[in-house]
Design a protein around this ligand. Structure first.
Ligand SMILES: *[C@@H]1O[C@H](CO)[C@@H](O)[C@H](O)[C@H]1NC(C)=O
Ligand SMILES: *[C@@H]1O[C@H](CO)[C@@H](O)[C@H](O)[C@H]1NC(C)=O
Length: 366
C-alpha cells in the first residue's frame, strides 16, 4: 500500500531551508565568541613576567634603603588600560602637572610613572595624546575583549612592565579611560605613603596595604564561580575561596610581584566562559588570589568609586554632562572607609570640558 506523503514532510523541508537564514540572523545579532588567548601571546606574557621577577631579585643592582625602598623617593605607577582614545588626557595632565609653575611640575615629576596599554586592534588606532602620555609610555599591548581573561592579561602586562621599568614604583594603580581623578596628585601621594614622623620608630615593621575590593557575600557569586561550567575551577579555586571585587585597584609592589608570578589560578581563570553574563574574570581573579594569599595586606576596598545603581548589562552608571557639578565631585569622594575615594568612573567623554572648568577650584583643591 502506498501511503500519501506525510503532511510533516513539507514542514520539515521548510524548517531545514530556514535554518541557514536563522543562523545568518543570530550570527548578526550575537557576535562570535572571542578567541581564547593564543599560545604565542601566552608565551610572550610568561617571558615578560619572568623578566619582572628576575629584575626584582637583583639586590646588587637595586640598593634598598632602611625602609625597604630604593634610594630614590617611592613612586606611584599609573597603569592606564584603554580600548579607546584617552578621552580625559587633559584632565590627567593637569592632575600630574597641576599648574604651569615649573617648581610644582618638577616636584611631582619624580613621584610617578605613566604606562598605557592600548588595544592595538582598535581602528583607526589609538594615538598617544602627548604630554605625560607620550608614545614611549605606550607599552607593547595585545587585543582585549570584555568578559574575557584578556583583561587580566592586560593588567598583568602593565604591572610587569612597571616593575621592570622602575624599582621606585611602589604602588600600582589601574585606571580606565572612563576614570577621572577626584583629588590632587599630592593628596593621593600623601595618602598612600602616609608615614607620620612619630611612626618612624615603627617604620621597620610598617607594611603598606593594597586597595582592592574583596567581596565574599554576593547573590551572583555561584553564577560567576560556575560561569565556565560545573566543577571546572577545582581544585585550584574552591567556591569557599572564590571572591569578587573591583577591576580597578591600587596594589603594593609586594602584591604586584605576587600577581605577575602567579600561575596556578591563572590556569583556571584563563578558560573561556560558557555564560558571558556571569563572566567578568578581571573582577574575580585579583580579589580571589590576593585574599587567599595575603588577606591582612589588603584593605578590602577600592579607592575607585563606581556607581552600580541601576547598572545595565554589567555596566555601571555613566555620568553625563547634566550630572556634573562640584557637588557630584564632593559626593563621589565620600566613603565609609579610612580614605576618601581618589578616582571615579564611568564618565562620558562629553564631560571633559565641565571637569576641566572645575579642575583647579574643585577637583584638585583638597
Ligand atoms: C600652583 O602653584 C602655586 C605656586 O606657584 C601653589 O601655591 C599652588 O598650590 C599650586 N596649585 C596646585 C593645585 O597645586
Ligand atoms: C548613581 O546613579 C543613579 C542613577 O543610576 C543616580 O540616580 C544617583 O544619583 C547616582 N549616585 C551618585 C552618588 O552619583
Amino acid at each position: 500500500m502506498i501511503s500519501s506523503p506525510s503532511p510533516w514532510i513539507p514542514t520539515l523541508i521548510l524548517l531545514l531551508l530556514s535554518l541557514p537564514i536563522i543562523f545568518f540572523f543570530t550570527s548578526r545579532i550575537l557576535p562570535p565568541p572571542p578567541p581564547p588567548i593564543s599560545l604565542p601571546d601566552e608565551l610572550d606574557d610568561l617571558t615578560l613576567f619572568r623578566r619582572a621577577a628576575a629584575a626584582e631579585s637583583h639586590p646588587t643592582r637595586r640598593p634598598k634603603s632602611r625602609l625597604g625602598f630604593t634610594n630614590s623617593k617611592p613612586k606611584i605607577a599609573f597603569l592606564f588600560l584603554t580600548n579607546t582614545d584617552l578621552q580625559f588626557a587633559p584632565l590627567w595632565e593637569k592632575f600630574f602637572n597641576p599648574n604651569k609653575s615649573q617648581s610644582q611640575k618638577s616636584q611631582n615629576r619624580n613621584l610617578y610613572n605613566v604606562y598605557v596599554h592600548a588595544d592595538p586592534t582598535v581602528k583607526p588606532g589609538i594615538k598617544p595624546p602627548g604630554g605625560v602620555f607620550s608614545q614611549n609610555r605606550f607599552i607593547p599591548a595585545k587585543q582585549t575583549h570584555r568578559g574575557t581573561a584578556t583583561l587580566i592579561a592586560a593588567a598583568r602586562r602593565l604591572i610587569a612592565t612597571a616593575i621592570i621599568d622602575d624599582p621606585a614604583n611602589q604602588f600600582f594603580t589601574l585606571i580606565s579611560q572612563h576614570c577621572i581623578p577626584l583629588h590632587s596628585f599630592q593628596f593621593l601621594y600623601n595618602t598612600l605613603f602616609e608615614t607620620k614622623s612619630h611612626q618612624l620608630a615603627e617604620l621597620k615593621n610598617l607594611k603598606y596595604k593594597s586597595f582592592i575590593e574583596i567581596i565574599s557575600q554576593d547573590p551572583n557569586l555561584w553564577d560567576r564561580y560556575t560561569a565556565r561550567g560545573d566543577n571546572v575551577m577545582v581544585p585550584e579555586v574552591k567556591f569557599e575561596s572564590f571572591r569578587v571585587g573591583s577591576q580597578f585597584f591600587t596594589l603594593t609592589r609586594e602584591h604586584a610581584l605576587m600577581v605577575v608570578n602567579e600561575r596556578r589560578l591563572w590556569k583556571k581563570f584563563r578558560l573561556p566562559c560558557l555564560r558571558p553574563q556571569s563572566c567578568y574574570p578581571e573582577e574575580h581573579y585579583f580579589p580571589t588570589f590576593l585574599s587567599n594569599e595575603d588577606p591582612k595586606g589588603c584593605a578590602g576596598y577600592t579607592l575607585t568609586r563606581v556607581n552600580w545603581t541601576d547598572s545595565v548589562n554589567g555596566h555601571p552608571h555613566t555620568y553625563f554632562p547634566s550630572e556634573v557639578s562640584p557637588e557630584l565631585i564632593y559626593s563621589l569622594r565620600r566613603s565609609s572607609f579610612a580614605q576618601p575615594y581618589m578616582f571615579a568612573r564611568k564618565f562620558s567623554p562629553a564631560c571633559l570640558n565641565l571637569l576641566m572648568d572645575m579642575a583647579d577650584e574643585v577637583i584638585f583643591r583638597d
